[in-house]
Structure formats: structure tokens, C-alpha cells
Design a protein around this ligand. Structure first.
Ligand code: ADP
Ligand code: MG
Ligand code: ZN
Length: 273
């Protein structure tokens, strides 16, 4: 397709590269720098139009669900009557995480809190920052959805294989795994979540996890109580993903706790979304 003049980027004239301003410190002999050597010393970099195009591609590949598309750091508020102090702390941690993200470190986040405290909002806000400002490849997956897709791939009538589903989950720079533990645990669920999280951990890839379950041991772990007490207490993250995996998560992630009421209940009639 031939581009019309209006479509050609004025910064790079469609080459995708733009010239950096000359670095005056790069020459010992400034007298000779103007003519012969100026061309070879010209430094170029990716044009803004290329970065924008990449961000657009990454954003549509990230699978952020429609109902969370509005979630950004800028649209997250900690300034409402009765806001729990942990929310402001969570916001600062999230912003700092996005700003200081180091692809080699691989340290993720484990965001814990009751429903409606804003966990998914912050997780999505972080990956949007990383995509738009740093061109990092990110992927959002609801835990239930991911396990369902893997399970569907075993169905002979379905064209995808288990690895078709898992490859991007293993390989993306930053994975959001939303609502960890929300599927009723079985041996298969434990094995699958361990495979995913351990593979990412071993390859130094960053995972951002949210969960509604309390970060407490599994029933019976470390003598944590009688069977009777286990039966009457609320289920914990340890119960849902296994105690080994829970403790591994603490090696992989920094913990952010979010407390307070369900934001939606509180602002049902207000202008917040
Ligand atoms: N502090 C906040 N500022 C702005 N919107 C919020 C805040 N907390 C929650 N929300 C909004 O409330 C809804 C529920 O939040 P969500 O992140 O889905 O909660 P959780 O994942 O903890 O259950 C979302 O639409 C989200 O954008
Ligand atoms: Mg959520
Ligand atoms: Zn350009």
C-alpha cells in the first residue's frame, strides 16, 4: 500500500529512525567535527512513531478484559472518606514497581485483599504503564480462565494444544495472574499452577498475582491446628494452591496488602467506576 503524505511520520519521514541531537562532548578535536566526520558520527534512534506502534501492538496483545480497560494509576484514588491507609501504600508501591521495573530482576508482586479493594485495578494499571512507557510485553490472565483454556486444549475437537496456551504465559515479560486460588483445588490444579509459576521463576520472569485468599498456611501445615479448627476457619491461600507453592510465592514476589471495604459498594451511586 502506498502511503499518502498525511500518513508519513514527519519526524522520521517514514524511515522509523530519527537522528539524535549531536553530542558535543563526543569529539576531541572540535575543529574538524563539522564536515567529513559529522555523517559517520550521526546517531539515530527508533522514532516515536515506532514506539507508539509497538505500544499499540503490545496493548492489544495483553488481553486486558474490557471491564478493566479503564484501570490506570491516574484513575486510582486514595482520597475518599474512609479510605484505608493500606490503599495509599499500595498505590505508591505499584507506581514505584512500574517505574523501577527491571527485566533482569524478575521480582513480582503478590497483591492480597478482599474483593473490591482495587487489586485488579492496580495490577492492570502497572502493566499499562510498562507497555506504554517502556514497551514491555505483558499479558493478563484470569486464573480461572487460564486453567479453563488449558483444560479445553485437551479436548480433541479443539485445535489448540496445551503448549499453544502455555507458551505466551511462560514467555511474556510480565504476567498478571488475577484471582490466584479461585479454582477449587485438585491435584491437577496444583500441578498446573506450580508448573506455570516455577517456569516463570526459573526464567527470571516477573509475575504479578492478585488473590482474595488470606496469605496463611494450609490446614495442617506446620502443625497449624486440628482438623476441627481447619474445618471451621476460612480457606487460606495455602489451602488453595498448596503450602509449597505459597512459600515459593514469597521468594518470587513482594507482598502488597489491600484492606478496606468493597470500592464498588461504597461508590455505587457516585461518579467513580
Ligand atoms: N481506589 C480506587 N480508585 C478508583 N477505582 C477503584 C479503586 N478501587 C477499586 N476501584 C474500582 O472498583 C472496581 C473494583 O476494583 P477491583 O480492582 O476489580 O477490585 P478487586 O480486584 O480487589 O476485587 C473496579 O472497577 C476498579 O476500577
Ligand atoms: Mg480482582
Ligand atoms: Zn516516525
Amino acid at each position: 500500500m502506498i502511503k499518502t503524505a498525511a500518513e508519513v511520520c514527519p519526524l522520521c519521514e517514514g524511515t522509523g529512525w530519527k537522528t539524535l541531537p549531536a553530542n558535543p562532548g563526543s569529539h576531541k578535536n572540535t575543529n574538524t567535527s563539522t564536515n567529513a566526520s559529522s555523517n559517520k558520527d550521526r546517531r539515530v534512534t527508533r522514532c516515536d512513531c515506532q514506539l507508539r506502534a509497538r505500544a499499540g501492538t503490545l496493548l492489544s496483545a495483553a488481553r486486558i478484559p474490557k471491564r478493566y480497560e479503564h484501570c490506570e494509576l491516574a484513575s486510582y484514588t486514595t482520597d475518599f472518606p474512609g479510605a484505608h491507609p493500606s490503599l495509599a501504600f499500595a498505590y505508591v508501591s505499584a507506581a514505584k514497581f512500574a517505574q523501577e521495573y527491571d527485566p533482569r530482576a524478575g521480582t513480582g508482586l503478590l497483591v492480597i485483599g478482599k474483593i473490591g479493594t482495587g487489586k485488579t485495578h492496580l495490577a492492570v494499571a502497572i502493566i499499562k504503564e510498562l507497555i506504554l512507557n517502556k514497551g514491555i510485553a505483558c499479558l493478563f490472565y484470569d486464573y480461572r480462565e487460564l486453567l479453563k483454556e488449558i483444560q479445553n486444549s485437551y479436548n480433541a475437537a479443539v485445535q489448540t494444544t496445551e503448549l499453544d496456551v502455555l507458551r505466551p504465559v511462560f514467555e511474556t515479560d510480565v504476567l498478571v495472574l488475577d484471582e490466584l486460588g479461585a479454582v477449587k483445588p485438585t491435584e491437577w490444579v496444583w500441578d498446573t499452577v506450580s508448573l506455570i509459576l516455577n517456569t516463570r521463576y526459573n526464567n527470571n520472569r516477573t509475575t504479578i498475582i492478585t488473590t482474595n485468599f488470606e496469605d496463611q498456611p494450609a490446614a495442617g501445615a506446620n502443625g497449624s491446628g486440628s482438623a476441627v479448627r481447619a474445618a471451621t476457619r476460612a480457606e487460606t491461600l495455602g489451602d488453595r494452591i498448596g503450602e509449597r507453592m505459597r512459600s515459593r510465592l514469597h521468594e518470587m514476589c513482594r507482598v502488597i496488602k489491600m484492606e478496606g471495604e468493597d470500592f464498588r459498594q461504597k461508590f455505587r451511586s457516585a461518579s467513580f467506576r
